[in-house]
Design a binder for this molecule. Structure first.
Ligand code: NDP
Length: 479
């Protein structure tokens, strides 16, 4: 199957560079091709977006809202088709895509379809000066959205929905490894009546297609989610062009467990926060710190539960852990297990590739728990982004806080405790954009989302996203 670009409401072939193979991670086979889009393809997408902008930016909020909500409804109506496509591209269990990824993509459109109607501008009366100020929130123009492979449609739409709700027109690139649901989204947008050119999707490599979007002098803002090194590169390219930038980057999130927590809830949630989506979620708690008093108990119970997770083909109902996204990624994750051994850590369970009968060339790996001796080893400091977690004990609050903060990342953190004062102290001092207490991944789309330090710049979610995708203009009137 050949995926095509979606430009000006039509599906089109790449102009020059030909095609890239697309692999199914569950069996290692090529099952399609995507355009290897060039600068010319990006230029065509830009021209379509630019032409659509005057009309779309003047479309009433009610009409924009209606179209976004229609897209949401159509995604819900096509749940099975989208979930199967997502799983085939990414290797994630179909059940997960059905329960989380596709419903969340639909929610992104519904949420921003509603939010835009509530996004009020501010006004200030300058008392004693006979003047009034009001602030317009105007769409930026043509914006670029670039997303990764781990939650393909979920993160793609998390950018596109607020961008178009705010009146912008978009040139977007999904990850080259997981293009399928973005491709299917084009059809849905046409069916929902999204005017042609408002959303344009170009497929291709990050270093060529993605780079062409970032370098384009008239694409005025870039919303990017992906790795920290890519984010740093994009920031360098965008800086001389004075683009607005939102960067959602890597993480190495601490999961801190105190002995006064609700143990069973903590244990079950920790299995999920460690291994959901094969551990390929930027918010996974990949460093587990456990209070010494319950460390041995936790270690035994956790390892037993992890050993019970079923690694299998993504379409099987009882599969907990599907395939990793690609062969190079599997190799990268496996290399960290070797690094752990060299560093003197203990592999408590997992650590080996899995052969799934009938799918022998798929990219499967056992969920892996590594007991580390010290927090500053590489497996505890570098983002692995796979089904691999580290565990180690701690004695005091100060000690664990120091270890939690001693990484270059600062995306999210999870705390397990029933001590209110400790909750307040720790959540204020942890260096992260998001702190969960006694839960994980509980999301309210109105809340700010993003990281500090090398985990990113800016915030997505709620009005933060609408602020990013608009320019504030103050008007001061003297009367
Ligand atoms: P990458 O940084 O490799 O890629 C992300 C996107 O950027 C892809 O579409 C990629 O294209 C594109 N890209 C690559 N190089 C360039 C370039 N020079 N210019 C423009 N675009 C480019 O990340 P991954 O896809 O590997 O995703 C995993 C990473 O994403 C992890 O580090 C993870 O932590 C992070 N992430 C962060 C989240 C957050 O909210 N903070 C959420 C989810 C993931 P291509 O695929 O073709 O290379």
């Amino acid at each position: 199957m050949k995926i095509q670009n979606y430009i000006n409401g039509k599906f089109s072939l790449p102009i020059a560079n030909g095609w890239i193979d697309n692999y199914n991670p569950s069996n290692g086979e090529v099952y399609g091709q995507i355009p290897n889009s060039s600068k010319e393809d990006v230029e065509n997408a830009y021209i379509a977006a630019k032409s659509a902008f005057p009309s779309w930016s003047q479309t009433t909020l009610e009409e924009r809202s209606r179209i976004l909500i229609k897209i949401s409804e159509l995604l819900e109506a096509n749940l099975d088709r989208f979930a199967e496509a997502e799983s085939k591209d990414n290797g994630k269990p179909v059940s997960l895509a059905k329960m989380v990824d596709i419903p969340r993509a639909a929610s992104n459109f519904r949420f921003f379809g509603n939010a835009i109607t509530q996004f009020a501008s501010e006004s200030h009366e300058s008392v004693g000066q006979n003047a009034v100020n009001y602030t317009l929130r105007q769409p930026i123009g043509v914006v670029g959205c670039i997303s990764p492979w781990n939650l393909p449609l979920y993160l793609f739409t998390w950018k596109i929905a607020p961008a178009i709700a705010a009146g912008n027109c978009v040139v977007a690139k999904p990850s080259e490894v997981t293009p399928m649901t973005a491709y299917l989204l084009g059809e849905i947008c046409n069916e929902a009546g999204l005017p042609k050119g408002v959303l344009n999707i170009v497929h291709g490599l990050g270093t060529t297609t993605g780079q062409a979007i970032v370098e384009h002098p008239n694409i005025k803002a870039i919303s990017f989610t992906g790795g920290t090194a890519t984010g740093a590169h994009i920031a360098k390219v965008a800086a001389p062009l004075f683009k607005k930038l939102s960067l959602e980057l890597g993480g190495k999130n601490p999961n801190i467990i105190f002995d006064d927590c609700d143990y069973d809830d903590m244990l079950n949630t920790t299995v999920r926060s460690s291994f959901a989506n094969q551990g390929q979620i930027c918010l996974c708690g990949s460093r587990i710190f456990v209070e010494e008093t319950i460390y041995e108990r936790f270690k035994t119970d956790f390892v037993e539960k992890v050993k019970g997770l079923k690694v299998g083909h993504p379409s099987e109902r009882d599969t907990n852990i599907g395939a990793l996204v690609s062969k190079p990624h599997l190799q990268k994750v496996k290399s960290y297990i070797e690094i752990a051994k060299e560093e003197g850590a203990t592999i408590l369970c997992g650590g080996k590739a899995v052969t799934v009968e009938g799918y022998e060339n798929g990219y499967y790996l056992q969920p892996t728990v590594i007991e580390v001796k010290t927090d500053d080893c590489r497996v505890n400091q570098e983002e692995i982004f796979g089904p691999v977690v580290t565990i180690m004990p701690f004695n005091t609050e100060d000690e664990v806080l120091q270890m939690a903060n001693k990484v270059k990342y600062g995306l999210s953190a999870t705390l397990w405790t029933n001590n209110l004062k400790r909750t307040m102290r720790m959540s204020s001092q942890i260096q992260a954009g998001i702190v969960w207490v006694n839960t994980w991944m509980l999301r309210d789309l109105r809340t700010p989302f993003g990281g500090v330090k090398h985990s990113g710049v800016g915030r997505e979610g709620g009005f933060e996203a609408l602020r990013f995708f608009t320019e504030a203009k103050n008007v001061c009137i003297k009367y």
